[in-house]
Design a protein around this ligand. Structure first.
Ligand code: DAH
Length: 332
């Protein structure tokens, strides 16, 4: 057993000298000095040693143990000093790694701002479904059967429900009807949401985009109220020098109707940009929802939210808004 002990010591110390990092030194400790290590593994043999030899062998066993323990401590110190470590070394004083910060999408932020500005003018928000029926998307809005706006080529028809065809709404004007069906005037709402048209995608067209619809119905509402409201919005959103221009136009649900242009600063220059339509609510629309056009009048408008945001932030391609490339989104 003595010979075996000597051999164990030699082999152990040679291996220890070769252990190059803290991890290796620790594995060595476990292999030789651990509770299931080689040295412990020799203990049972002590029983087989004769009575006379026992004290000497026991003493030697202890010496080897001490030698290995000392060897371990000094090798450990050496390796630690050399800076070679097995595991990761943590510098607890180092600042932590930055977590990337998310943000709201530029369109969501634009919608929030729009809701906020109209909210200050007394408009509450309303909403309607994106899958609509023909009554809300066309008929009640004074777009009769056979009107070219109902052409399948310009609409995403979905199917049929209770005898009426369903489609993805092409305009938020549907919410005018949805609101007036359940709320009697005075009504003063805006509705922001998605609309869908089968357009071919390019820099200025997409098959889905957002509109903000406005509706105000009360006694004595006139075109002055309409223009004032749009003007206040333009000033609040584009700045104190912004202006509004209305050009005569036609929409089935308003009479008279106008296109809305806003004058805004783009790359340092003031420019007129068309951003939507507006008008006085057509009496046929009021009648369709049971509001007496002799008693109440109203104005309505519909603006393109992408147009507003793209102009304000100088975004030249609408497709970037939906690609979800963080390199683009992080800029706003
Ligand atoms: N719904 C129209 C469109 O999508 C926009 C519009 C025009 C809305 C005039 C209105 C309005 O409320 O009065 O092109």
């Amino acid at each position: 057993m003595l010979a075996e002990l000597e051999e164990l010591k030699t082999v152990a110390l040679t291996e220890l000298a070769a252990a190059a990092d803290l991890k290796a030194v620790e594995s060595w400790r476990i292999a030789y000095l651990g509770s299931k290590g080689r040295l412990k593994g020799m203990m049972p043999q002590l029983k087989t040693v004769s009575k006379e030899d026992k004290p000497a062998v026991g003493k030697r066993l202890n010496e080897v143990k001490v030698a290995l323990e000392q060897g371990f401590e000094s090798r450990k110190a050496e390796v630690a000093d050399s800076g070679v470590t097995g595991g990761p070394q943590v510098d607890v004083t180092q600042p932590g790694a930055d977590l990337p910060e998310g943000r709201r999408h530029v369109l969501s932020r634009t919608i929030d701002e729009i809701v906020d500005i109209f909210g200050r003018m007394g408009f509450t928000t309303a909403a309607g479904p994106e899958v609509e029926d023909e009554w809300h998307n066309f008929t009640a809005l004074n777009i009769p059967a056979g009107h070219p706006a109902r052409d399948p080529i310009d609409n995403f028809f979905m199917g049929e429900q209770e005898g009426s065809r369903t489609l993805l709404r092409t305009q938020t004007s549907t919410v005018q009807i949805r609101t007036l069906e359940k709320q009697k005037p005075p009504v003063r709402i805006i509705a922001c949401g998605r609309v869908y048209r089968p357009d071919t995608h390019d820099a200025t067209h997409y098959s889905m985009f957002h509109q903000v619809e406005g509706l105000c119905v009360d006694r004595g509402i006139s075109m002055v109220d309409l223009k004032t409201t749009l003007f206040q919005f333009a000033r609040a959103y584009f700045g104190p020098e912004a202006e509004v221009r209305m050009r005569p136009s036609f929409f089935p649900f308003t009479e008279p109707s106008a296109e809305v242009d806003m004058k805004m600063k783009i790359k340092g220059e003031w420019q007129w940009i068309e951003i939507g339509g507006c008008g006085m609510v057509d009496p046929n629309v009021l009648e369709a929802v049971g509001v007496d056009p002799e008693e109440f009048t109203g104005f309505a408008f519909g603006l393109g939210i992408e147009r507003v945001a793209m102009r304000k932030y100088g975004i030249s391609d609408i497709r970037w808004l939906y690609e979800n490339d963080v390199r683009f989104l992080n800029q706003f």
